[in-house]
Design a protein around this ligand. Structure first.
Ligand code: B12
Length: 221
């Protein structure tokens, strides 16, 4: 990683949103994720490199959370910093869009409020030429089914970050398939695996947004 992307990773990990933010106190007055991402792009860093910096910061804070070294408010600040950086990436991921290849209905399953990964997938898929219908977070299975009805022929993407909400992913797949057996359903999120996707009857799994685009391409072909 370059110095700029490492600085970005530190800002995400420490929850430093922008220069005006007074948190964390020891970084007061210093540039935050917002400025560093913007300046790095202006200096010629690629959107992928910026994303790598963001993901590195996020995985560092996630690891510390797992070891009880930081707590939920720290995660929230990291998420805010990551969103500030990601806002600069949107135009880069979107730039591939010319003509829509189809519709992608995406959401985080019931009980789950994590949306950073889902938003990234939405952004990259949109850049891949798909129209995205984002249902948000904590989406009940019935709401996914309503969206499939309202968007015939769409592909559905389900995200889950908690082991406890994976069961809602299964319920959602079952309910969609019961009424719309031909609807293609893709699943993802840190605890989700290809084996789990198979087990719950999903049509595809990817650990990253690029893989999701490839799966969508197979549908469009
Ligand atoms: C940020 C964060 C939060 C933020 C979320 C903010 C937000 N707006 O999203 C907040 C503070 C709200 C939060 C809350 C909680 N969190 Co949290 N959180 C995280 C953290 C640090 C990062 C998650 C993240 O954004 N990663 C970065 C993104 C880009 O990665 P991603 O989501 O995996 O997405 C990628 C892929 O999975 C894939 N993908 C994702 N979705 C999809 C969908 C499709 C269709 C496809 C194809 C691909 C795909 O593509 C993405 C890009 O590559 C993780 C730890 C970690 N390192 O993952 C814990 C983590 C997920 N949280 C955890 C926990 C326990 C919680 C809480 C229960 C804590 C609490 N005690 O309250 C609550 C639950 C709230 C709820 N009901 O959802 C645990 C989950 C443990 C488990 N086994 O279930 C983790 C793993 C932390 C830990 N080490 O213990 N959290």
């Amino acid at each position: 990683m370059s110095e700029l992307t490492e600085n970005l990773a530190v800002c995400i990990e420490r929850g430093k949103i922008n220069q005006a933010a007074s948190y964390p106190p020891d970084l007061r007055g210093k540039e935050g994720a917002d400025e560093i991402a913007r300046n790095a792009l202006a200096a010629g860093e690629t959107a992928d490199a910026i994303l790598e910096g963001c993901m590195t910061g996020m995985s560092r804070i996630g690891e510390k959370f797992g070891q009880n070294k930081v707590f939920v408010p720290d995660l929230l600040m990291a998420a805010k910093a990551m969103n500030a950086a990601m806002a600069h990436l949107k135009p880069y991921f979107k730039s591939g869009a010319v003509k829509h290849k189809g519709r992608f209905v995406v959401g985080t399953v019931a009980g789950d409020l994590h949306d950073i990964g889902k938003n990234l997938v939405a952004m990259v898929v949109e850049g891949g030429g798909w129209e995205v219908v984002d249902l948000g977070v904590d989406v009940p299975p019935e709401k996914f089914v309503d969206a499939v009805k309202a968007n015939p022929g769409c592909v559905v993407g389900l995200s889950a970050l908690l082991t406890t909400t994976m069961v809602n992913m299964e319920k959602t797949v079952q309910l969609i398939k019961a009424g719309h057996p031909d609807a293609m359903v893709l699943v993802g999120g840190a605890p989700v695996t290809a084996a789990f996707a198979d087990q719950i009857g999903a049509d595809g799994y990817s650990s990253d947004p690029q893989g999701a685009v490839k799966l969508l391409e197979s549908k469009a072909a």
